[in-house]
Design a protein around this ligand. Sequence first.
Ligand SMILES: [Fe+2]
Ligand SMILES: [Fe+2]
Length: 443
Amino acid sequence: MLSNVEAAFKGLLTCLQAYKMYGLRHPMFTRSLDSAHASFEDVLAERQEMVIGIVGEDLAFEKEIFFDLSKFLRPAILYLKERNIERFAFLHGLSKDELGIFIEFIARPKEDFKGDIQEMLNLAGIEHINIGKLKVADGKDKAGSGPDQRGLYDSSADKINQALSGVLNFEKIDHLTLKLSMSNIMESLSTKRQELLKLATLKRYDMETYIHMLNVSILSMYFSSRLGFDKSDVLNIGVAAMFHDIGKLFISRKLLHKPDKLTDQEFGRIRSHTIMGAEIMLKYVDTLGILPVVVSFEHHLKYNSSGYPRMPLLRKQHLASLIVSICDVYDALSQRRGYKQDYSPDVVYNIMNKEKGTSFDQELLDKFFRFMGLWPVGSIVALNDGSIALVKDENESDIRRPKLEIISPVDKKRSVDLAQDNSLSIEHYLNPWKEGKEYLRLV
Ligand SMILES: [Fe+2]
Ligand SMILES: [Fe+2]
């Protein structure tokens, strides 16, 4: 199926090229149109529609993003994006004539694609092709200015939330939109890393389980990309992380947040979120792959397999689960929780380091803190000279001495790199929910 979809899309682009070079009546064009139409017929013989999306700068079809193919087709992808075309739906019944008219249509100069392009297509008599933008609001994306990061985080969180509630209701989910939202976040991690990590740090404070899952997903994508995984693996790990606690959403909030000691039975119920989550994600294997099942099941298993679910045979965690479990514990410990004191980043660091070799893979944990720094980007910290600063970026050479922006007192505002300036050091962390609250407006 996938190779047919690839062939159909390549056929479409070959036709476009032939049209531009030789025109409508040339045999080169008719031949390429014949072959492209035959490829579309192959795909549409088995299904009602074939939807292709442009995700970032890559092509996507259902659960697959064609990273390799996209590299070759990048000029064509940019060409389509310039015409505001990010989504194609080819419907069963597509005729060769319609495909020919469609090629003529997309060959037009980009200035022609200003209005409602679907309406233009309908006017041209094309009934079996829908085109347009992917239905994802990526923030306040004004022409040329790039998406606003807060808008991007919120709208991506929104789309991801929709996918999560879809899964909760056992509905079909719009996985292409989900992957686009995840990919939006992933793309931004390479260019706007500080901005996004800052949001992930700050956003913890209006937490819900899904914000936890979104945070764990962002952290897992950042971590795995820094570990050197390729784009498609990073995205798959991000999706798996997104659903790691999906089983928890079936457990009552009351039980999850119970302040008193839990009974054995209640513990058992909470622990069952791993198995429940895996069962839910099994229903989505054909669109999201097997990794969400594996990660849901294993994320509390621990590196030395002493966690849960208990296994009759010793089973080592999948690498994706090792990555997600580090990010999971890190986010959970950093979160403000009603039933326990939240920990400052240095305390989180110490707690997690005590579990090296037992809960966590030693090498992975060292790398995690090297990439994240001890004081994560977005933390508000008090310095030894009494000023207050925001952590802007980590220093891999010394995780305790990041790059800062002094935010208070206002007349001292400046950037400082603690790796260069030995006179300053971090005294302690300010909780943005409590003593750090008054500085949030300066961030
Ligand atoms: Fe969990
Ligand atoms: Fe979790």
